[in-house]
Design a protein around this ligand. Structure first.
Ligand code: FE
Length: 183
């Protein structure tokens, strides 16, 4: 099956589920994140990353090697492992780092915590809390750290009930354009 079709199928099967503790569904959340990325002038590959950043919440067909890699149920790692079969690091790294980006912003932006939803503040502790200064510095050195921080801010905005935004089909060509090419 074409990957773009598979992604549409995954959202159709599971995207109606509530986004944990938020007033929008998983699909609404994904579409709003991609919409904010587009409005913010992000390149197509980063719009695709925004659209797919929480796909780890929707997967139930993980490849077997993921368990072998010792990955726990952290959704950003599940999403990263699945996406890495089909996309390069410009898409997968911001997805993998979007939770760390929240910990980074909590450590470096005094206003950031006040922008978080109650559910997101609650999950912060489970995710390890704000980074220390050393952790924040290490995060900044990683490739695609800036992109992960941008994605994080769109993620935080993408929780508005009933917002009208383009649907999944709007992003099909962008998804296909961002796929890894066998060369
Ligand atoms: Fe999210």
């Amino acid at each position: 099956m074409q990957i773009a079709d598979r992604i549409v199928e995954i959202f159709e099967a599971k995207g109606g589920a509530a986004y944990f503790g938020e007033p929008v569904s998983q699909l609404e959340h994904a579409l709003q994140a991609a919409y904010h990325a587009t409005r913010d002038g992000a390149p197509d590959w980063l719009v695709v990353a925004a659209l797919l950043h929480d796909i780890g919440h929707l997967l139930d067909d993980m490849p077997e090697h993921v368990a072998d890699m010792g990955i726990d149920a952290r959704h950003e790692d599940l999403g990263h492992a699945w996406l890495a079969q089909h996309f390069g690091p410009e898409v997968t790294a911001p997805v993998r780092m979007h939770v760390d980006a929240k910990r980074y912003l909590c450590a470096t932006d005094p206003e950031y915590l006040s922008l978080l939803s109650p559910a997101s503040v609650q999950s912060l502790q489970l995710q390890g809390g704000p980074f220390t200064e050393a952790e924040a510095l290490a995060f900044e050195q990683e490739p695609f750290a800036r992109e992960a921080v941008r994605l994080r801010r769109w993620d935080d905005l993408a929780k508005v009930p009933g917002m009208r935004v383009p649907g999944l089909e709007h992003y099909r060509a962008m998804i296909e354009g961002a796929l890894l090419r066998a060369s």
